[in-house]
Design a protein around this ligand. Structure first.
Ligand SMILES: [Zn+2]
Length: 405
């Protein structure tokens, strides 16, 4: 078995920063994490002056490198995965925006093939042995950890970039077939809890092991409380496309966003691009919630990792700068062009320490995706997914299940 040691870096574990620390990798797994002088290994990576972090996990991502996961196309999936690998992502839950039943089925089917073949490839198996995967990924890519389904059970008023026309209340005839067929693949399903039938849908999601997420919603405090009681555990891109603090008559009322900050049952997704959340709003979130309840996401649209210009996304023309994607009216956002590395830089710039940053970028998302026993932190026995970053938090090297990219 081949062994690798990453040594002399600042190794970020869930408890502390080991400086200097080392990570020993045997095959695809972390064998040992320690402080000081490392044991001898066949191969070594000198991480002096670098942060050694767990590979980032992005549970909400639509695409990158010019391609969308929603194309349900093998090459598109590969290109988008490769684009996010460069941002330090080693595990990803591709998102499917509100769409019709047939399109959703095709997307889920393509992602299921991606999961199968990626696991096969990353196990260092002989490619010619066995029935073989349908996808032939030669490169090291982030692992596809499941699928994130968005709606179409959303509030018209808060649909954001989700296509109109498809938006409607939960319908068992629409959601039961995919839950039966793809229940193991679907990790998260987002909905507006104030719609008729929403609470029953939330309960059914929990029965299938799917995390119910609240988003694209005009929910009141009472709607959110009922949703939590039914099993909701996540808020989709906090402060984006959802109700916020408002007045009802003379009374001041919280929206979904503030309920997300308040209630410890809810993990909140954060698009930390300093656009979807301004730096002050990001600081408010970081002050209000512990890292175990904050999940950094990119919610990246396909132009992430591409030059600025005009692109199409979810059937609409969008204008992309180097910071964010705008809808045609340039008044509203159409998604982010973030990488996880940029999100990490932005939360660190607001004062989060590196242990907290690693938790928000890797361990909390791993818990949401249900893979935290294998991924999300630098601990013996877990997959050897590692990101090396320099002083400026730029990615210098990525290791995916023991293989350097
Ligand atoms: Zn999304």
């Amino acid at each position: 078995m081949s062994s690798l040691v990453i040594h002399s870096g600042r190794v970020v574990t869930p408890q502390s920063v080991l400086d200097p620390g080392y990570v020993v990798v045997e095959g695809s797994t972390i064998a040992q994490v320690g402080e000081g002088s490392p044991p001898p290994c066949e191969r070594a990576i000198d991480a002096a002056g670098l942060w050694v972090l767990p590979g980032f996990i992005d549970i909400h991502c639509h695409g990158g490198g010019g391609r969308s996961f929603q194309e349900a196309d093998e090459e598109a999936i590969r290109v988008a995965l490769a684009a996010h690998l460069r941002g330090g992502t080693t595990g990803i839950v591709p998102a499917i925006a509100a769409c019709g039943r047939e399109e959703r089925h095709a997307c889920l089917d393509a992602l299921r093939n991606g999961v199968t073949s990626l696991n096969f490839n990353l196990r260092d198996a002989e490619p010619s042995v066995g029935p073989g995967p349908r996808l032939k990924f030669k490169d090291v890519t982030p692992a596809v950890l499941g699928a994130y389904v968005e709606g179409p059970y959303f509030a018209d008023k808060e649909r954001g970039a989700q296509p109109l026309g498809l938006i409607r209340p939960p319908d068992p005839e629409d959601y039961r077939p995919p839950l039966r067929e793809f229940g193991e693949l679907i990790r998260v399903w987002a909905l507006a809890p104030e719609l008729p039938g929403a609470l029953e849908f939330i309960r059914e999601l929990r029965e299938h092991g799917v995390v119910p997420a609240l988003g694209h919603s005009d929910a009141s405090e009472e709607h959110v409380e009922a949703a939590i009681a039914a099993g909701a555990r996540l808020v989709t891109h906090l402060y984006c496309a959802q109700s916020t603090f408002h007045r009802v008559g003379a009374e001041k009322r919280l929206g979904l966003a503030e309920m997300g900050l308040l209630r410890e049952e809810l993990v909140v997704e954060v698009i930390a691009d300093s656009k979807h959340l301004t730096p002050n709003l990001l600081r408010l979130v970081l002050k209000s919630k512990p890292p175990s309840q904050v999940c950094l996401i990119t919610d990246a649209m396909p132009a992430a990792g591409m030059p600025p210009g005009e692109y199409e996304f979810l059937g609409e023309r969008v204008w992309v700068t180097d910071e964010v994607a705008y809808r045609a009216d340039r008044e509203r956002y159409a998604g982010s062009v973030l990488t996880m590395a940029a999100a990490v830089r932005n939360v660190a710039a607001q004062g989060a320490d590196m242990v907290a940053v690693a938790e928000m970028a890797a361990l909390t998302p791993a818990r949401v995706a249900g893979v935290d026993r294998r991924k999300g932190s630098l601990e013996a026995g877990k997959d050897a997914d590692v990101v090396l970053m320099d002083e400026g938090l730029e990615v210098r090297q990525v290791v995916v299940r023991g293989r350097t990219a």
